[in-house]
Design a protein around this ligand. Sequence first.
Ligand code: GLU
Length: 440
Amino acid sequence: MTVTRFAPSPTGHIHIGNLRTALFNWLIARKAGGTFILRIDDTDPERSKEEYVDAIKEDLEWLGLTWDRVERQSMRLDRYAEAADKLRDIERFYEAWETPTELDLKRKKQLNMGKPPVYDRAALSLSEDEKTKLRDDRGAGVWRFKLNHARIEWPDGILGDISIDAASVSDPVLIRQDGQVLYTLASVVDDTEMGVTHVVRGSDHVTNTATQIQIMEALGQTAPTFAHHSLLTGPQGEALSKRLGTLALRDLRAAGLEPMAILSLMARLGSSDPVELRTTHQELLDGFELTHFGAAPTKFDEEDLKPLTARVVQSLDANDVAEELTASGVPDAAQSAYWLAVRGNVETRSEAGKWWPVLQGQATPIVADEDRDFVVTALDMLGEPPYSAETWSTWTNAVKEATGRKGKGLFMPLRLAVTGHHRGPEMADVMPLLAKKPTL
Ligand code: GLU
């Protein structure tokens, strides 16, 4: 049984980078008919906010990435304490009292000597007396997991075979001085106890994975299959980390971007498969292969979401946008004909009603000085509405005869005069929808 999880920390809104992680895990679970867990990593009581938990759920729901159950780390603290005790029992856990400043100094010295800045395990050689004294002076220490200095290897689902020398990694702190359990331990306990079979996360977690594999082994558990996707960059390959704050899913939603447009792009971007608009979640599943994704940073350009969004919107039926049309004043009876005529010229759902005022005679005509006489003559030749599907061709043919104009010089000034836009729906479709005869 395949079990995956998306494990956001509720310390902010989720952005396009988080979505990539969520989507991959969701796709893997759904494709295998397995379970997708939404795990809220809220062990940090100061930074975790309930409003972000709600917002994360809302964003995932908007995208249709449904979960089978929710787990909260804050409800499982006793499980983590138990695991910590076990690590103490098998002597893979030790207390250390260095202050951040002391650690910083050690790191600087190591770097000066050309050595990697790895924690020197000074706390391991403290005598019982020294520990008692430190505890008296400084209170509780942090708890570090004692890595076994061997190579840590795993077949990564995206990066291929990984091998990391544990000696090049600091013994990770799993419990803070104030007793707070850190994510590294909490995640290990959850992943193993919840039967998680596949963990896909960003390549910034590779070192975490190495240490987590050893913690799992120390606890007598088997590690899930790990895969690390590349990180997103901007279109020029620039780091996206600073801009991710502006790429929150709720911002994309507010900008009118469509869920299926976002999912279609993100389910394929960075893989060898082409990005094509998929209209259902099932279609996303069908072509998804994790092994098709590459290790290189993935360029993301939010502009790419616009044409995909336009295609989603343009394929909608009038009833799909009934709410927007009604809000723009399009009467029920007119919605179907209106939408058929204009949908090819609408980019977002919120623009669905934007041509209605134009058709109601509220367009501001655009008339170039040199076209004024021509347009006046042409409008004189147009009768009163209602117009039909033939009106445009009949009218423009007559105007062509009378004035000798043809092609763009004939059509464009008339389009500008009638609609006030350089581009728009087919004029043959516009004419029957006009409520009034156009005037200047
Ligand atoms: N809460 C962690 C994060 O957001 C989860 C990482 C993981 O997938 O294990 O980075």
